[in-house]
Design a protein around this ligand. Sequence first.
Ligand code: CP
Length: 304
Amino acid sequence: MNFPKHLTGLKDLNKDVMENIFSLTAEYKKKILTREKSYPDLKNFTVLNLFFENSTRTRVSFELAEKLLNMKVVNFNADVSSLSKGESILDTVRNLEAMRFDFIVSRSTEINFPEFLIKYTTSQIVNAGDGTNEHPTQGLLDIFTIKENFKELIDLKICIVGDVSHSRVAMSNIYGLQHYGAQISVCGPDYFIPKDIKKLGLSVCDNIDDAIKENDVLIMLRIQNERGAGEMIKSLDDYKKLYGLNKKRIEQNPDILLLHPGPWNTGVEVEEDVLDLPNTKFFEQVTNGLAVKLALFTLMTKNN
Ligand code: CP
């Protein structure tokens, strides 16, 4: 199978390609858990981690995956770059292209920044988040985590709860899960639900208790204050009453699977008492994220 040259999003990613990633992800996850470091040797590949937004899980797991695969890794630090001297993003990218990186992993506030990089560089581009558009590696690791827990995704009921309108994680999960025929809904106040959500075939639930009772999986989302979401909330207490997850509420559906891409705001969308429940996969998602990235580079270098 031909693997795409770039990973910009899950909207147009073929389900067979996703399955290919997941079968290698499962193999690599076993190696991570046993600390066995026998991965393909990608020493001939250079990679630039070009992050213009802060990150813990995504940036660290990309860098670790790249180093476990023996790639030559360079981390771009915007704060100490010549952007501070007034150099434009376009000129920055043109200069980075002059060094002919094989891969660029990018995170940006700008929607379609990966497409901009595809236009101005010859590197293979991996999107690590572009504005509110997509976060495909998060979508892949979330779907892999769901697949580990359910035999079939077709007609599985999955609800995305919280600040959906500012969430690229929500979009990548929606696109990716729709390839599998899952029944997806969203739950949150009106101002956090994208206006055209019904055009995507999603239903809307207006409180977390119903979402817990009616679904197999909840994907909890953080309120994205950095995108102005906090200012839309009139009362945080009212928000928690309707959309906050806690241990007591989960008793309404003890089998429900709980995901969160992180970072989570403890005491806002999730309470601390949720973290230790067997339903909660937040940390396992991070392990799966490393395995997904190992699989992704292995496949992207093999077929291109
Ligand atoms: N899930 C996620 O993208 O987390 P970071 O912003 O810490 O990378």
